[in-house]
Design a protein around this ligand. Structure first.
Ligand code: UN1
Length: 513
């Protein structure tokens, strides 16, 4: 971290004293009935208090759901193109405030400013995509088997949507879920991750400024047990969309089952880049570096495994280790920094424990391998970008999600071998191949059992107009963003209009030809 960055950071703090933020319920900023707040501190510098937030409870959640429920009828009856107008406005507001929101987000969760700007951009993209959908929301018309009868299927909103969102994409993921929910005619209660409540509050401020009717968008901050659990059990909440760990996703799924709530889950990943012997190795190294260490590896889509053909293995490992060692770690607001901190002390502890596991398992640590605690790093949760070589496919560091700046390089003999290693984990979010051979690219495209696949690009970089999500223990069969997100927040109603003036019995009054 440079001295310049520390100064501008201090100036920024002086400009904006930490304040207490409220919940946003029924169009009002209100405190929790608990009377308690929790702190949100900068993971790059614990002395920097970003703000205090309501430590909400079930009563607050109930108030928000009631407000969303009251707002539902008017909102669902607002024509979708009119609903879209609010989203266009929110997109414009986010565009205007992109830099300001990104800076606060970097303070909240640490990733570098370019990446938090990308996060806000993703929310803007999603606002405009969903707004455009307001003039489509395509259904189906189809002929009837009977004369003088008209058939169609239309999309219906579900009611109150409960969103439980993560800290790694603090505004993009709430936007993926929220914009899709709103354009379909649902009202929303969102519980942001306690590590990043401010980003969702800034999104609520944008909705407020856009004039969104009260009760349509509600924010309740607080813990999973106190706010998330009651949300999954609330009878007026009709759909839950969650992004987070597989363990919590499983609990949510179970909690939602008795009331048959719709549930969309987006969970863990153990994504893989496959580098073939005909690949452009330098391009693959560029991709691996970005895929593994972007957002300090704290992406569901992070490239935490790199399977490399043995003919180029040594060359690849040398180059990747060399580049990883050169990455500059520090405060994400410093323009000279490539990688920020881990989001919390406990996340750093997890990373350290996996690095130890990797060493104990006999993998070779060829770059990084330690937390950073001296000097400027003392007040944050920093870890070196870490590369393990000689990793075997069954080692824990090659199987378990670490969610930090650690990647495992595994040798392979062939494309088939790479695909077997690639698919040999519990998760199925993202995978990629580096090759110049189009046949190999297409075979891998077909055979990798993941929800997202890239050719000559890393495992990260999803765009909002395509479905996002994964197979196996990554998801529960749904996708978000794109038109797939509309599927999560709507359900079909099939409508038959008989204008024959007589009783026509389907399947019976049809003529045999
Ligand atoms: C995540 O990995 O948690 O594809 C979300 C990407 C981003 C979204 C990632 N657009 O890397």
């Amino acid at each position: 971290m440079s001295a310049t960055a520390t100064t501008s950071f201090a100036q920024e703090r002086a400009l904006r004293e930490p304040r207490e933020y409220s919940n946003y319920i029924d169009g009002e900023w209100v405190k929790s009935s608990s009377g308690k707040v929790f702190e949100n501190r900068n993971p790059a510098n614990e002395d920097d208090l970003v703000g205090t937030f309501q430590e909400s409870n079930e009563d607050d959640l109930n108030a928000a759901v009631d407000a969303a429920h009251r707002a539902y009828d008017a909102w669902r009856l607002t024509p979708a193109p009119k609903r879209a107008e609010y989203l266009y406005r929110v997109g414009d507001i986010l565009k205007r405030d992109k830099e300001k929101i990104a800076r606060e987000m970097t303070r909240e969760m640490g990733k570098v400013l370019d990446e938090t700007k990308g996060d806000v951009q993703e929310a803007i993209d999603m606002a405009f995509l969903a707004a455009g959908e307001g003039r489509r929301l395509f259904g189906v018309t189809t002929p009837s088997e009977l004369s003088n009868k008209f058939n169609m299927a239309v999309r219906m909103p579900l009611g109150v949507a409960g969103l439980i969102t993560p800290w790694n994409f603090p505004i993009a993921i709430p936007a993926w879920k929220g914009m899709a929910a709103l354009i379909c005619g649902n009202t929303v209660v969102i519980k942001p991750a306690s590590l990043t409540p401010l980003s969702v509050i800034m999104l609520a401020e944008a909705f407020e400024e856009a004039g969104l009717p009260k009760g349509v968008w509600n924010v309740v901050t607080g813990g999973g047990r106190e706010v998330g659990d009651p949300m999954t059990r609330h009878e007026k909440v009709k759909v839950i969309s969650f992004t987070g760990s597989t363990q919590v996703g499983r609990d949510i799924s179970v909690a939602c089952a008795p009331s048959f709530k719709h549930v969309h889950l987006e969970m863990g990943g153990k994504n893989v880049i496959m580098v073939m012997d005909d690949a452009d190795v330098d391009l693959a190294v560029d991709g691996a570096l970005w895929g593994a260490f972007g957002t300090a590896g704290q992406r569901c889509t992070a490239a935490s495994r790199i399977v490399v053909h043995k003919k180029v293995y040594e060359q690849f490992v040398d180059k990747l280790a060399g580049r990883a060692k050169k990455l500059r770690v520090g405060n994400g607001l410093d323009a000279n920094v490539d990688m920020g901190p881990n989001v919390s002390a406990s996340q750093l502890k997890t990373v350290e424990s996996y690095v130890q596991i990797g060493k104990d398992e006999g993998a070779t640590c060829v770059a990084g391998g330690s937390a950073l605690r001296d000097g400027d790093y003392a007040k944050g949760f920093f870890h070196q970008p870490t590369v393990f070589a000689d990793v075997k496919r069954d080692m824990r560091i090659a199987q378990e999600e670490i969610f930090g700046p650690v990647t495992a390089v595994i040798p392979c003999d062939s494309l088939e071998d790479a695909i077997a290693i690639g698919n040999g984990v519990r998760y199925g979010l993202s995978s990629s191949i580096y090759t110049r051979d189009i046949n190999k690219a297409f075979a891998a495209m077909r055979d990798m059992y993941t929800g997202i696949f890239y050719v000559n690009a890393p495992t990260i970089g999803a765009e909002v107009h395509l479905p996002f999500g994964g197979t196996k223990e990554t998801g529960n069969g749904h996708r978000e963003a794109g038109v797939a997100g509309i599927d999560v927040f709507s359900e079909w109603k099939s409508i038959y209009v008989d204008y024959s003036g007589s009783l026509q019995r389907a399947q019976i009054d049809t003529e045999d030809i």
